[in-house]
Design a protein around this ligand. Structure first.
Ligand SMILES: *[C@@H]1O[C@H](CO)[C@@H](O)[C@H](O)[C@H]1NC(C)=O
Ligand SMILES: [Zn+2]
Length: 250
């Protein structure tokens, strides 16, 4: 009985591995309503390193789809007083991801502190984000969903602000919003084995990185030297967010 179970588990693993390889070699499969060619995308993050920890597949995938994204990071990541270092690391990381410094903006606002215990004010954040969207003539905003991937209060605040702009009709005409799906613990840490699952489950847009692109995303993460504690190395090894991003339209 136990042997049969192990055999079954082995078989499932082999199928997952084979599926993941094929799907990744087939390169980014984007959903039917993926970013339009020539789109102007904005990826909205809370901390310097969010772009590499969570949004690598979306950033590289958007660029591949011809919608060169800009990054708006809503804090300098100053929780441990490393704000200045972290801003530089963000620029380097974005450079590796093909985003020039001119398209990387950091908001360093007294009332938007990097702090897991602080919910950012929705109105203030929405005003700042909207200004940026209008100034850059953005037509696609990408950010966290209600789960904020890691549940960090600052991540969730971004979702609240963007949902507010969306539901109040304050976004410019034709500007769409994609939110990054938060998945459960098991799916979060099975790396590329989550690729076949992500393909099967319903979602609006899916970005899958090839093996070379995943290396590029890891290189971006390694720019965040002040953040490379042992558990972040484990994260980079095992997180699906280094390989696949599934997103939903608001
Ligand atoms: C900067 O971002 C904007 C908005 O997404 C985009 O249209 C533009 O092509 C980007 N520029 C570069 C050089 O990537
Ligand atoms: Zn963060």
């Amino acid at each position: 009985m136990a042997a049969a179970l192990w055999l079954l588990a082995g078989l499932v693993l082999v199928l997952l591995l084979a599926g993941a390889r094929r799907l990744r070699r087939g390169r980014a499969r984007s959903g039917p309503r993926a970013a339009p060619r020539g789109g102007r995308a904005l990826v909205l993050t809370a901390h310097p390193d969010d772009e590499a920890l969570f949004f690598g597949p979306a950033l590289l995938g958007l660029r591949r789809a011809g919608a060169a994204p800009a990054v708006l990071c809503c804090s300098a990541g100053n929780y441990y007083n490393q704000g200045e270092i972290r801003k530089k690391e963000l620029e380097e990381s974005c450079c590796v991801l093909g985003i020039p410094p001119s398209n990387v903006t950091v908001i360093d606002h007294r009332d938007l502190p990097d702090n897991p215990a602080v919910e950012w004010d929705t109105q203030l954040l929405a005003t700042i984000v909207l200004e940026h969207i209008e100034a850059k003539n953005i037509n696609l905003v990408v950010t966290f969903d209600a789960g904020g991937v890691s549940g960090h209060a600052n991540h969730v605040s971004l979702y609240a602000a963007v949902r507010y702009l969306h539901s109040e009709g304050k976004l410019p005409e034709g500007c769409r919003v994609l939110v990054l799906e938060s998945v459960g613990l098991v799916r979060k840490y099975i790396s590329f084995l989550d690729v076949p699952l992500s393909c099967l489950l319903p979602t609006d847009v899916l970005f899958i990185l090839s093996e070379e692109e995943t290396e590029q995303a890891k290189r971006a993460m390694r720019c965040h030297r002040s953040q490379l504690l042992w558990f972040r190395h484990l994260y980079v090894l095992f997180s699906r967010y280094m390989v696949v991003n599934s997103l939903r339209l608001l």
